[in-house]
Design a protein around this ligand. Structure first.
Ligand SMILES: [Zn+2]
Length: 226
């Protein structure tokens, strides 16, 4: 920072033309320095993912905001989505800079395979609500809200294991207050995951996975609840 200021000062001593140059130079330096902010430079490795067994396909940087979660924003929600498209199309639109939306994870219907497209530490534009984007992890599921056959056992199980790991990692309670549908996000005009999404079953799978990974039997907050 100091060297940038000194250099900027030196150049600012010149003419108006030099001033314009300074602005460009300072901007260039600032944007590069941004990567050296403590805690931000450590994790930017191409292809790196936040969960085991997931494949990395980067979303367009236009569909997210670089951040340093959970250091700058507390992560306390998981938002469940349904893509309203097939898997390939969802990947394509999240990579499209004009789409203006992307989620952290995308789960395939046929076999539950998971692709990560935005790092957990970054804010993905998925919830249609700034505060919810900042505080949540977004998981998209391949399918259509009016086609229950899309919601396969493999997809539920795989997504539930992912959510369980996210809950464990960020200390998020496994309940319907913290694991919500896109339709439940304040101000959201989306209906996904829709009425065919089996919340009882999903939460049960998340609790099973969470219990297994934590070594605890079930969720103490809701004994005997399915
Ligand atoms: Zn959605």
């Amino acid at each position: 920072m100091t060297s940038v200021s000194r250099r900027a000062l030196l150049i600012t001593g010149g003419s108006g033309v030099a001033l314009a140059t300074t602005a460009a130079l300072t901007w260039d330096r600032t944007s590069r320095l941004w990567w050296r902010v403590p805690g931000v430079d450590k994790q930017r490795k191409e292809g790196e993912v936040d969960q085991p067994g997931v494949r990395w396909i980067a979303a367009s940087e236009a569909n997210l905001r670089f951040a340093d979660r959970p250091a700058d924003y507390v992560i306390d929600r998981v938002v469940i989505h349904v893509t309203q498209s097939d898997f390939r199309t969802a990947v394509k639109v999240f990579r499209d800079p004009l789409h203006a939306a992307a989620a952290h994870y995308l789960v395939r219907a046929s076999d539950g395979r998971i692709v990560q497209m935005v790092r957990d530490l970054d804010v993905a534009y998925h919830a249609g609500n700034r505060s919810y984007n900042e505080r949540s992890i977004g998981i998209e599921h391949e399918g259509f809200v009016d086609r229950p056959q899309n919601f396969t056992e493999a997809m539920y199980r795989s997504s539930a294991r992912l959510t369980a790991r996210i809950c464990k990692q960020y200390g998020i309670p496994v309940d319907r207050e913290h694991i919500v549908g896109h339709n439940e996000v304040p101000g959201a005009d989306h209906t996904d995951p829709g009425r065919h999404w089996d919340w009882k079953r999903y939460l049960r799978y998340v609790r099973e996975a969470r219990g297994g990974s934590a070594g605890a039997a079930g969720d103490p907050g809701s004994p005997g609840k399915a």
